[in-house]
Design a protein. Structure first.
Length: 265
């Protein structure tokens, strides 16, 4: 049987093309250079996913971008420094957090327009997901300048995978609920009949309050999946209704960040 013919492969597009066209890839493994001597990055904004706990959960591409960028925009430079030190990355850092993201816009645009490549990272996970970055990405794109993403770990998708809820392929992400009690309770009631799992982020200071509110607003039998300290040494996952979870935390640590999944009724 004659083997099917294939059209000639098109050449790899350049890393950044006209904003009117889709952004290309960063090239093949053959022309990226080694991790020790990577090629310079074209000008633009690079949204870089970073580990959510375990520093080994960083991609080779992310390391290369962080190493070769002109500057790294970091939510907290003190938090990002240990990651860079771990991998001997000496790229200059510039703070970019929710309190100064708007004020930094003109500087960021000017840097890219002058030929700089800027990597944007948050304390953990993907920029723009309940973290700074979305405003900056929109501003750069609106200015007709290139934006691309270097995917990385995410507490949302990690928790969904661990939960194993197979009743539906869909899920909803709510981020952090409002800190005001009345607003939080109202939102829980609004979400009560959602047919898919709902993912929240919660802090160590408010997790018990959230469990009380779920029990009071949605009933003591509503199941929750809780992932604490994901990817870290003391990672913990629990699947139970609020009364059992509250009993558990009377004798167990509340330290760390929580990813909470409200399962369908």
């Amino acid at each position: 049987m004659e083997a099917p013919s294939h059209p000639a492969a098109e050449p790899t597009p350049p890393p950044f093309v006209s904003p009117a066209k889709p952004l290309g890839s960063l090239g093949s493994l053959d022309n990226l250079g080694s991790l020790d001597h990577p090629e310079p990055l074209p000008p633009g904004l690079y949204l870089v996913g970073t580990p959510i706990g375990n520093l080994e959960d960083i991609t080779l591409r992310a390391l290369r971008v962080l190493r070769t960028a002109t500057c790294i925009l970091a939510e907290d430079t003190r938090h990002t420094r240990p990651l860079l030190d771990r991998y001997a990355i000496h790229t200059p850092l510039l703070s970019l957090h929710k309190w100064n993201e708007r004020a930094r816009e003109s500087e960021i645009l000017a840097r890219i327009q002058s030929g700089q490549s800027l990597a944007l990272v948050t304390d953990a996970g993907m920029p723009g997901i309940s973290d700074p970055g979305a405003r900056t990405a929109a501003a750069v794109r609106d200015a007709g300048l290139p934006v691309t993403v270097i995917p990385g770990p995410s507490a949302v998708t990690s928790a969904i995978a661990l939960c194993g809820c197979s009743s539906t392929p869909a899920f909803r992400f709510e981020g952090f609920l409002d800190h005001k009690t009345a607003t939080r309770r109202r939102r829980l009631r609004e979400l009560a009949d959602e047919p898919c799992p709902i993912v929240f982020y919660e802090s160590t200071h408010r997790i018990l309050k959230l469990l009380d509110e779920v029990e009071e607003e949605l009933g003591p039998g509503r199941r929750l999946f809780i992932a604490r300290e994901l990817t870290k040494k003391f990672e913990e996952t629990l699947l139970a209704p609020p009364p059992a979870l509250l009993a558990h935390y009377k004798t167990h640590s509340l330290k760390g960040e929580f990813t909470v999944i409200l399962l369908p009724a």
